[in-house]
Design a protein around this ligand. Structure first.
Ligand code: BES
Ligand code: ZN
Length: 445
């Protein structure tokens, strides 16, 4: 939806231009926009897509990898913007494990001349392991119980239990290395979750490679393998969340102590300037803070930009874990904005962890129906900072365009790929949805 329409609608609502026959306006705005209340129109009038675009431009000059000076500089910028609107802000710092991938990952087999190109699991230790390969199904405790795996390399299939459980089950029985292969043809990234106590090298193979290896050890029992992983590094690092708080207004007569969290992450992956992932959501959080600053509400609003999302949702997990049970129960909704402005992505969707509607998706659907005549669809998704909120029982949803653009996590994720129309659209839906939750005497609660 474009700006001029709001302006006309607002002018009509406020009774400007009363001398102009109503019929003239009727040709300008749609039935859907007729439904907007005065307050909604006023909010939309204030929203400025150019400001969002300009913040993205500033933030996306360089990558903002967690724990680097550039991530830190982005935090300072975000804090400054919040403060320029009069917000009280807080920098909440936390430590996380910064993992550097190994430069060498090799798997060699003594009956095979063709080289296999395995991936090392994230957080696998470095090491050189040699031993007979033994297959142990999915690697459950039961499957490993009666197998002698001491000094051997255990071959396991993905599925049933997590990668880290498989690796732990094998290494605790004395295996010197672990090979896990995929159970479908989609490319995956394997992680052992975090720095851990599994001190044997672990590699990931494709499904096809795994099947070849299973057959090989059936046909040639005693086949030996060697795994070599060199150059992986784990070190402790520091990142921070930037938090601005808007307390309920003094007009408040119906205080329920409720809190709404509008969030985004401001870090990026290495090599990617992250204009869309996620300077876009960060810039939108800043703009929503500006727009909502002076509006009377009966609900506290927290605008939070999280650090170290790309390192495994670390900032948002730290934030939610730092809250008491009572504080968690006060949070009634999390609107999480991530990748909200690429020209080259698909349509807006709302993603929930459990694939079910909740207060956030319902409000966003109501808002999108009002604004565009169509309810934004929702799908399942658990790859961003709404996850720790959802896991804590808080209604939460991710606002994202799907499918993602080809530049996702690439050096080409730059400002020239940003669409002001998409930014404006998402910001309108989120601001109307949030407004209907925080307004005084809201019917929604
Ligand atoms: N913005 C992405 C999430 C995303 C990308 C969701 C494309 C849906 C489609 C986010 O920053 C990200 O990259 N997340 C990681 C997972 C996270 C736990 C490190 C991912 O999806 O690999
Ligand atoms: Zn992201």
């Amino acid at each position: 939806m474009s700006h001029p329409l709001h302006k006309i609608a607002l002018a009509a609502i406020l009774g400007f231009c009363t001398a102009v026959p109503i019929g003239i306006f009727a040709t300008h705005y749609t039935a859907a926009q007729d439904n907007l209340t005065n307050s909604e129109s006023a909010i939309l009038q204030t929203l400025d897509g150019d400001q969002i675009y300009n913040h993205i431009n500033t933030l996306s000059k360089t990558p903002r990898v967690a724990g680097t000076k550039q991530e830190d500089a982005a935090a300072t910028y975000i804090k400054k913007q919040f403060e320029s609107y009069g917000y009280k802000t807080e920098l909440q710092s936390f430590t996380f494990t910064d993992y550097t991938k190994p430069h060498t990952v090799e798997l060699t087999l003594n009956h095979v001349t063709k080289s296999v190109k395995p991936l090392a699991f994230e957080f696998s230790v470095n090491g050189y392991a040699t031993g007979e390969v033994i297959s142990a199904g999915l690697g459950t405790v039961d499957e490993l119980q009666n197998l002698d795996v001491v000094g051997k390399i255990v071959l396991l299939k993905r599925g049933g239990i997590s990668f880290v459980e498989k690796a732990r089950n094998a290494s605790s029985k004395g295996a010197v290395g672990v090979i896990i292969y995929n159970n479908d043809d989609k490319k995956i990234f394997g992680s052992l979750g975090a720095e851990n106590k599994i001190h044997v090298p672990a590699v990931l193979l494709t499904k096809a490679e795994g099947v070849v290896l299973e057959n090989l050890i059936i046909n040639k029992p005693g086949t030996k393998a060697t795994i070599k992983i060199v150059g992986a590094q784990s070190k402790s690092n520091i990142s921070q969340n930037v938090i601005a708080t808007k307390k309920p207004s003094s007009l408040n007569k119906t205080a329920k102590n409720d809190v709404v969290v509008i969030s985004s992450h401001y870090d990026s992956v290495e090599g990617a300037p992250g204009a869309n992932d996620n300077a876009s959501g960060t810039a939108m959080t800043i703009e929503l803070a500006r727009v909502l600053k002076t509006i009377p509400t009966d609900t506290e609003i927290r605008f939070i930009s999280f650090g170290a999302e790309e390192a495994g949702l670390v900032g948002s997990t730290h934030y939610v874990e730092s809250l008491s049970k009572n504080e968690i129960s006060r949070i009634v909704a999390n609107f999480n904005l991530d990748m909200v402005g690429s020209k080259d992505s698909g349509e807006l969707v709302l993603q929930t962890v459990d694939d079910k509607p909740n207060l956030v998706t319902e409000l966003a659907q109501e808002a999108s129906k009002k604004l565009n005549g169509q309810a934004t669809p929702f799908t399942q998704g658990d790859s961003s900072d709404h996850v720790p909120f959802a896991n804590a029982g808080i209604p939460a949803a991710l606002f994202i365009h799907s499918p993602p653009e080809p530049w996702y996590h690439q050096p080409q994720d730059t400002i020239d790929k940003i669409s002001k129309t998409k930014l404006q659209d998402v910001a309108e839906i989120v601001s109307v949805a949030v407004w209907n939750l925080v307004r005084i005497d809201s019917q929604v609660k």
